[in-house]
Unconditional design. Structure first.
Lengths: 408, 297
């Protein structure tokens, strides 16, 4: 019977372990940064901890969707990390669920003014996210081995793709495609839709999918595949990425997150803005969204000064510049825009031009329903089951229904 | 006094596991029941209230695309096809491995491999193999068998078939291991006696082997049904979240999408309850029909 106290002890300690207290000197960040971003973040965190030995910073990686659902569950239960990092579109649902804190009362205006306005995500009158990177935008990435001058219009794009799509060994199979990208995903369709004059929603968040922009954009992509045969019959993100890395595709449409990976694969890449559509005179406009930090609603007031200090450190011009140089991402502090590296680096220069052509990604939660409505219909066009006209009409109807379901 | 100590001693062993069960099974289950009767969603995440059977009504009547009944049918096809192949291939291989063959341990290790690789890796590898132009499956079909290439991931039926093929590959080792264990526990004397009576191979299989591995296989099959019915990973990863056009969903991937894509927690909870009841009824009927709890000897 002398074991009894031992069991009681073990059990009591188990229970104690289940109810952690918020450590006032420990700051936890949940983020969805890819590996090379993560390495830099962790180095910068170490630097902070060496300057403040009593503070412990902890970064936990979660995949974007998992981060979102995990944070919702944790924050509603009164738990969760102190800071949550991700693209700005998560602000919409988080705000509606009241799980992030307005930030404008916490920071002094002069500090906020040192950011480009695009980095500050305001929603329903409050500031909910401050970004350290701008972009998350698609561009045309080309392999300089095959492409000397990137195309500026859709006509040039088609002509160049036709020239670059080749069957080198004459076995009837294409050995190199002019262009590849994850074209089954609606996010990657947006530039074409906008180039032909469409956009996902109006200013009030009402979907606007049944229009010429969507129809002509769909036709354009279908033509690239079926008429000109310059893109593969089937390509998801991984396939497109692998083809470009293997030199089996001359150009790829991909986001700023992919560039450092291509350089690591020793491809001499160039980055160019997506082309202008001749018929409309409009540039293909990808969605542009800042990526940054929001503060968990559950962070107690007495911890806020520490959180602010950490944020100010992580988003200091020095740290942003370091990140920008390593990853070719666009910083958000205005003072950095006159830095010689940011001003002159070829990739960053073109990236900036693309950002200027782009349109801000809406932060309203309705965007989720719109993606969900676009995806099946878009894929039905590519699968030959629907005409672009029918698909556009069905997208709109489905988006309206899904928004209604979501908001009921 | 001694008796009391004994009771306390037993209680100390039982209480922790009971508390854990309450924490991880009973409480979440009851909470799910409550949510399924509520309007919890994006707009009512903290201020939700009970709305009766509304969400259940929506599950059965909402004009989703595909409809609940289509997805339900697909789930049944998915489960039956998978479990059937798992069992047939598993038992067949177990029968072979149960013979005295050379290099048995090598074959056994190789055959268990699919089970040892993380599902995530398997699913994405198979997805790559199903690619129209670069996937190894189409390359084999066109180059060596001179058959036309199949658009595996672009057409609904083929995409669903691709998911089933992946899961069959992934699932047979479990049934094989279980069947092998059961085969090895059959007393050898039974076969010797049958041999003396001049029984054929098939007769022995039908009258000794299969009846004696049944008590082990039935619970394994029941488990297999539950796992397969709820196997989100393979569908989600191989078909990239129900592509093309949400046509490859089974009930559980559909719930996942409803809950986490569109934040419809009440609806998703109700659909989960429906899945739970379906599975409960299926498993109980199956156990009862096959008399799984009865001893073989």
């Amino acid at each position: 019977m002398r074991f009894v106290p031992v069991f009681v002890l073990i059990f009591a300690s188990l229970l104690a372990a289940c109810t952690p207290e918020r450590d006032p000197k420990r700051v936890v960040i949940w983020h969805q940064m890819r590996v090379d971003e993560r390495v830099i973040l962790e180095e910068q965190m170490k630097k902070y901890m060496s300057l403040h030995p009593d503070v412990h910073l902890e970064a936990i990686y979660k995949e974007t969707e998992e981060l979102r659902s995990g944070f919702i569950i944790a924050a509603i239960a009164g738990q969760g990390p102190d800071l949550v990092y991700g693209p700005s579109d998560q602000v919409g649902p988080f705000q509606v669920m009241n799980i992030i804190r307005p930030m404008e009362p916490l920071f002094d205006t002069s500090w906020l003014n040192s950011f480009t306005p695009k980095a500050l995500t305001w929603y329903k009158g409050h500031l909910y996210q401050i970004a350290d990177k701008l972009g998350n935008h698609l561009t045309l990435v080309y392999n300089k081995k095959f492409v000397q001058k990137p195309p500026e219009t859709d006509e040039e794009l088609v002509a160049l793709c036709r020239k670059l799509t080749v069957d080198t060994n004459g076995d009837g199979r294409t050995d190199r495609y002019g262009l590849v990208w994850n074209y089954t995903e609606p996010f990657f369709f947006v530039p074409f839709m906008s180039g032909f004059g469409g956009w996902v929603m109006d200013d009030s968040g009402h979907p606007t999918l049944d229009n010429r922009g969507v129809i002509d954009g769909l036709k354009f992509i279908r033509d690239l595949r079926d008429k000109y045969k310059v893109i593969p019959a089937e390509a998801d993100y991984n396939i497109a990425d692998a083809l470009f890395k293997d030199g089996k595709a001359a150009m790829i449409i991909n986001g700023d997150w992919s560039w450092s990976g291509y350089r690591k694969a020793e491809i001499d890449i160039g980055v160019a803005p997506l082309p202008k559509i001749t018929e409309t005179g409009l540039w293909c406009a990808p969605m542009v969204s800042p990526k940054g930090y929001s503060i968990n609603r559950n962070v107690p007031d007495e911890k806020i000064p520490l959180i602010l200090d950490v944020l100010k450190f992580l988003m200091s011009p020095e740290n942003e510049l370091e990140t920008g140089k390593a990853l070719s991402t666009m910083p958000t502090r205005v003072s950095l825009y006159s830095d010689p590296f940011i001003e002159n680096d070829e990739i960053l220069k073109n990236s900036r031009e693309q950002i200027e052509h782009g349109r801000a990604m809406p932060v309203v939660p309705e965007l989720r329903a719109i993606w969900d409505a676009m995806r099946p219909n878009y894929q039905a066009v590519l699968g030959g089951v629907k005409t672009p006209e029918d698909a556009a009409r069905d997208m709109q109807a489905l988006a309206l229904r899904k928004i209604e379901e979501m908001n009921e | 006094m001694n008796k009391l100590y004994r009771k306390i001693f037993i209680a100390i062993f039982v209480v922790p596991s009971f508390l854990i069960l309450i924490g991880v099974v009973f409480y979440p289950f009851l909470y799910n029941v409550v949510i399924s009767l509520s309007n919890m969603n994006l707009r009512h995440i903290t201020d939700w209230h009970l709305v009766g059977l509304n969400q259940y009504q929506k599950v059965f009547t909402e004009p989703t695309q595909p409809s609940f009944y289509d997805i339900f049918l697909k789930t049944i096809i998915w489960t039956v096809a998978n479990v059937l192949f798992h069992v047939v291939i598993g038992v067949f291989l177990a029968l072979i491995l149960n013979q005295s063959i050379r290099g048995k341990s090598v074959y056994r290790t190789l055959l268990i491999l699919p089970w040892a690789i993380p599902q995530y890796i398997v699913a994405l590898t198979w997805r790559g193999m199903f690619n129209y132009e670069y996937g190894s499956i189409n390359l084999v079909l066109t180059k060596y068998l001179h058959l036309p290439a199949v658009e595996w991931l672009k057409n609904p039926t083929e995409a669903f078939l691709a998911c089933i093929l992946t899961n069959v590959w992934l699932g047979f080792p479990f049934m094989m291991v279980v069947a092998l264990g059961a085969l090895q526990s059959i007393p050898h004397e039974l076969y010797e006696a049958a041999d003396i009576d001049g029984a054929s191979w098939f007769y022995k299989l039908k009258n000794i082997t299969l009846p004696l591995i049944r008590p082990v296989m039935i619970p394994a099959i029941t488990l297999g049904i539950v796992w397969t019915f709820n196997n989100l990973n393979i569908i989600w990863l191989v078909s990239n979240g129900g592509e093309p056009s949400d046509s490859t969903h089974i009930l559980v991937s559909f719930v996942y999408k409803a809950a986490f894509n569109l934040y419809r927690y009440g609806y998703a909870a109700a659909l989960s309850m429906v899945i739970f009841v379906v599975l409960l009824v299926l498993s109980l009927t199956f156990m009862k029909k096959t008399k799984a709890t009865e001893a073989a000897y």
